[in-house]
Design a binder for this molecule. Structure first.
Ligand code: NAD
Length: 351
C-alpha cells in the first residue's frame, strides 16, 4: 500500500482516520483525500495534518460520482489502495431528501469500484466503511453478527446496504480485493454538530433545549472514533479479502442516558449556561423519527478473535474526552455554525 485514496477524508471519521494513519499507524505511504466538501466536509479538520505531513498528504476536491475526475485521480496519483468513507450520512436528512443519498452512496461507490477494477492487479485493497444500520433493528435482545440478514429501514441505511452489496459483488464477480466493515455509532472530535452527541454538548453549553426523540429509550452501541480508525486499519492490514467485519464498542446506551451523562459532565465543568441551574432541565422529548430503529447492538467477536482488535476507550473516558474536545475547540464549532468555513472553502476551492 503506497498511495491510498481516502474518500470523504474531510468528514468526521475520515479526518480522524487520516490523522491516525499518518501520525500513529505503520503506514508509510501517501494519502490522497478526495472530498466534495459538502456541508459535512471541513478541510479545517485536517489543517494540522497538512502542516505536519506536507509530502504525505494531498487533497483533491472532487465528487466521487464524477467518473472522469475519479479516473484522472486514480491515474495521476497511481492509487493502489482505497479506503472509502465518502457518504451522505445523516438519517434525518435522508428522510427529507433521499435522492442525494442514492447518488453519493450507491452511484459514487459504483464509480469508485469501476476505477478500482480498471487498476487490475495493481489494486491492493478496496476497503468499504459501512454501518450497522444496514441490519435494521433489534428487539430487547440479540446482536448483529456478520451473518445477520440485511433489513435497512431508512433511505440512508438502504443506500449503504446497496453499496455494501456492490462491493461484495465486485469481489465475487471480478475478484477485486475488498474488505467491508459495519460499525456502530461513533462519537468524538470533529463530529459535525448535527449529530446527537455534539448537538447535545453544544446546546447544553448555550442553554438551548436538548431534544430527544420519542421517550429516549432507543438503544445504540457507541464507539469512540479513534477505536473505529484503529479497527479499520487493522482490517486493512490483516483482514481476509472478501470478508466483512463488524465493529462495535460493546457499549449499549439508551439515548436519554447519553444526554443525561453529557448534562452531568457539562455541569461538572462549571460551563452550564448562565440562567440554567441544571442542564438536565433543558431536556425536551419530541415526536419520534419515522421508522426509528429501536435497538442496535454489535457482536464484534470476529474482529476481536481473528484480528486481535478491541476498543481502548470506555464510554466514560471517551465521552469525557469528547466534551473536553468541544470545550477546547469552540472556534472550530463557531466557524461551522457561522458558515465562515464555507466562505473559506469558496475562497480556496472555487468550483
Ligand atoms: P460525515 O458526514 O461526517 O462525512 C462524510 C464526508 O463525505 C464529508 O466530508 C463529505 O464532504 C464527503 N462527501 C459527501 N458526498 C461526497 C461526494 N459525492 N463525493 C466526495 N465526497 C463526498 O460522515 P462520517 O460520520 O464521517 O461517516 C463516514 C462513513 O462512515 C460513512 O460512509 C458512514 O456511512 C460510515 N459510518 C458512520 C458512522 C457514524 O457514527 N458517524 C458509523 C458507522 C459507519
Amino acid at each position: 500500500m503506497k498511495n491510498m485514496l481516502v474518500t470523504g477524508g474531510s468528514g468526521f471519521i475520515g479526518s480522524n482516520f487520516i490523522r491516525y494513519l499518518l501520525a500513529e499507524s505503520e503506514f508509510t505511504g501517501r494519502v490522497i483525500n478526495v472530498d466534495k466538501l459538502t456541508y459535512a466536509g471541513n478541510p479545517e479538520s485536517l489543517e494540522d495534518v497538512q502542516t505536519a505531513f506536507p509530502d504525505r498528504y494531498l487533497f483533491e476536491k472532487a465528487d466521487i460520482c464524477d467518473a472522469g475526475e475519479m479516473e484522472r485521480i486514480f491515474t495521476a496519483h497511481d492509487i493502489d489502495t482505497v479506503c472509502h468513507f465518502a457518504a451522505e450520512s445523516h438519517v434525518d436528512r435522508s428522510i427529507s431528501s433521499p435522492e442525494v443519498f442514492i447518488d453519493t452512496n450507491v452511484k459514487g461507490t459504483f464509480t469508485l469500484l469501476e476505477c478500482a477494477r480498471r487498476k487490475g492487479s495493481d489494486l491492493k485493497l478496496f476497503h468499504h466503511v459501512s454501518t450497522d444500520e444496514v441490519y435494521g433493528t433489534l428487539g430487547e435482545t440479540g446482536y448483529f453478527t456478520e451473518e445477520t440478514a440485511y433489513k435497512p429501514n431508512s433511505p440512508y441505511s438502504a443506500s449503504k446496504a446497496a453499496s455494501d452489496h456492490l462491493v461484495r459483488a465486485y469481489h465475487e464477480t471480478y475478484g477485486l480485493p475488498v474488505t467491508i466493515s459495519n460499525c456502530s455509532n461513533n462519537y468524538g472530535p470533529f463530529q459535525f454538530p448535527e449529530k446527537l452527541i455534539p448537538l447535545m454538548i453544544l446546546n447544553a453549553l448555550e442553554g438551548k433545549t436538548l431534544p430527544i426523540y420519542g421517550d429516549g429509550s432507543n438503544v445504540r452501541d457507541w464507539l469512540y472514533v479513534e477505536d473505529h480508525c484503529r479497527a479499520i486499519w487493522c482490517i486493512m492490514e490483516k483482514g481476509v479479502r472478501g470478508e466483512t467485519y463488524n465493529i462495535g464498542g460493546e457499549c449499549e446506551m439508551k439515548n436519554h442516558e447519553i444526554v443525561e451523562r453529557i448534562c452531568g459532565l457539562i455541569d461538572d465543568t462549571g460551563r452550564t449556561s448562565p440562567g440554567v441551574k441544571r442542564s438536565l432541565d433543558l431536556i425536551t422529548y419530541v415526536k419520534d423519527r419515522p421508522g426509528h430503529d429501536f435497538r442496535y447492538a454489535i457482536d464484534c467477536t470476529k474482529i476481536k478473535t481473528q484480528l486481535g482488535w478491541c476498543p481502548r476507550e470506555s464510554f466514560d473516558t471517551g465521552i469525557t474526552k469528547s466534551v473536553n474536545w468541544y470545550l477546547d475547540n469552540l472556534t472550530w464549532v463557531d466557524r461551522i455554525k457561522s458558515g465562515a468555513y464555507l466562505d473559506w472553502i469558496k475562497s480556496h476551492y472555487a468550483d
